[in-house]
Design a protein. Structure first.
Ligand code: BTN
Length: 245
């Protein structure tokens, strides 16, 4: 992972470039990194604030031979790898909010966006986009984000080397990806649960059509979140915005 790195100062979105490169057939493990994104993409059609030099904006191309419905497992794998890289670099205690936000002191420092190209049930490529807030000061964030978002600098009080974090994240990603290809999702799931912030708590999951409030029981072997409502009914949540009650 990261043997081929495609670096550009300014891009619209590293996701877009990764999709193009994936279509051109570049090797698995190719990474796209930029200093700045003009129109960074977040989950659920949101934008992602990606100012110059202060964060890590990167997209990784993987080509796993797994069925399409197992692709969300890779998102959870990426979240664990990035949490480990934060622990390798700082004294902070990262936590993961399902599926893949990484929080430090309850504020979001990392977002992950996974997109897939597939034909029928064959995965062509999985693009894992990782946005890490590293050296921003609070006033660098748009006002509406200041309450919920943070950076490693704000939380640790130290300026952090972005290249060191990238190196450690790639190292951790490669280790976990090898483990995943050898032993399947189970060991990744156990690690993910050890970082999970909301298991056992009552949370509100909002999807486009629906809101479910329930106790987070855990994730399934496919990476789907299970919520138990107050009538005891268990709901499977595939994609949603989570608020801890
Ligand atoms: C989220 O909504 O939490 C996910 C944010 C993902 C942002 C990253 S930054 C690198 C990559 N390129 C993008 O345009 N988005 C992802």
């Amino acid at each position: 992972i990261g043997k081929m790195i495609h670096y550009q100062e300014t891009v619209e979105s590293t996701q877009k470039i990764a999709h193009q490169l994936a279509n051109e057939g570049v090797q698995e493990g190719t990474l796209v990194v930029a200093e700045e994104q003009i129109s960074g993409k977040g989950r659920l059609m949101r934008s992602w604030h990606s100012p110059k030099y202060s964060g890590i904006w990167m997209s990784l191309i993987l080509r796993p031979k797994i069925p399409v419905h197992e692709a969300p497992q890779l998102t959870l794998l990426a979240a664990v790898a990035v949490a480990q890289a934060i622990e390798d670099t700082t004294a902070l205690k990262p936590q993961i909010k399902w599926p893949n936000d990484i929080l430090v002191n309850r504020k979001k420092v990392v977002g992950i966006l996974t997109e897939m190209q597939a034909e029928s049930d064959r995965i062509h490529s999985v693009i894992i986009g990782i946005g890490m807030n590293i050296n921003q000061q609070l006033e660098d964030f748009p006002e509406e984000l200041q309450e919920k978002a943070s950076s490693l600098l704000i939380e640790s009080g130290e300026t952090i080397s972005r290249s060191t974090v990238i190196q450690r994240a790639l190292y951790r990603l490669e280790k976990l990806y090898d483990l995943y290809l050898k032993e399947g999702f189970k060991p990744i799931k156990d690690l993910w649960e050890s970082y999970a912030i909301s298991l056992g708590q009552v949370i509100r999951a909002s999807t486009v059509n629906d809101t479910i409030v329930g106790k987070a029981l855990g994730i399934t072997d496919a990476g789907v979140l299970l919520l138990e409502d107050d009538k005891g009914k268990v709901h499977s949540v595939y994609s949603a915005d989570i608020e801890i009650q």
